[in-house]
Design a protein around this ligand. Structure first.
Ligand code: PGA
Length: 247
């Protein structure tokens, strides 16, 4: 994608592919343009196989991790293990996870574990934001971001190089509908401004948009001045479509 500044593309594979299909997919990943970064988030099982497919500008990320460091938490995966297996990024509070558990306190703890493990949190905001009455969408997103960052960075001595905020309106995820470009840019700019006020150390905040990004709309969204990249779900599972999005 011919842009002035470096962009971040995150491919969230969700649970679309089997483990064997994910391994095959990873072997044929398109390479992003020079300075751009592609982050691929496969299943934890695929991450554990430590696939040797990574060119320097493709990174590995996790879709979720435990909010706890260790202990009796059936079915959960430690942030430190994901980091040790090569994950540089981890999603926090994706709306599909929030339909199972939307406890803000646990999401704050999860953010903290991700940062402690040395990974970059990708904080997904947008779940239910359109339902808040009397509060603007931007204000309710900023309030939630403030809580998550306060929890996440509490007592941290080594700050992450980047924190990523992904604006993902629930109604746009997997539906083929997207908000207007003006709306996306407006929310992204407000989130960026608020994050800069909250984080007073050399951590960079990047703001992404996610929700029905595809090869038809990616170019316009990524070109918005307030947007640093996109979080792609379904369209990223098709290698050819992902290649078109990266161009
Ligand atoms: P979608 O998913 O691109 O399939 O809408 C985006 C996401 O869930 O992050």
């Amino acid at each position: 994608m011919a842009m002035g500044r470096k962009k971040l593309f995150i491919a969230n594979l969700k649970m679309y592919l089997s483990h064997a299909e994910e391994i095959a997919y990873l072997k044929t990943l398109p390479t992003p343009k020079s300075d751009d970064t592609l982050v691929v988030m496969p299943s934890a099982l695929t991450i554990a196989t430590k696939p040797e497919w990574q060119p320097h500008n493709i990174a590995l990320g996790a879709q979720v991790c435990s909010p706890f460091p260790s202990g009796p938490f059936t079915g959960q995966v430690r942030a430190t293990d994901l980091a040790a297996l090569g994950c540089r990024f981890c999603l926090i509070g994706h709306s599909e996870q929030r339909t199972i558990d939307n406890d803000i306190d646990l999401l704050g703890k999860q953010t903290h574990q991700v940062v402690l493990a040395g990974m970059i949190p990708v904080i997904c905001l947008g779940f239910g934001a359109e339902e808040h009455e009397g509060t603007s969408i931007a204000d309710s997103l900023i309030e939630e971001m403030t809580t998550l960052l306060a929890h996440g960075l509490q007592g941290i001595s080594l700050f992450p190089s980047e924190i990523i905020i992904a604006y993902e309106p629930t109604w746009a995820i997997g539906t083929g509908s997207t908000p207007s470009l003006v709306h996306i840019d407006d929310i992204a700019t407000k989130l960026q401004r608020a994050a800069n006020q909250l984080i007073s150390h050399p951590t960079r905040t990047l703001v992404l948009y996610g929700g029905s990004v595809n090869k038809e709309n990616a170019r316009d969204i990524v070109a918005l001045p307030g947007i640093d990249g996109v979080l792609i779900g379904k369209a990223s599972v098709n290698g050819k479509e992902l290649e078109n999005i990266l161009e």
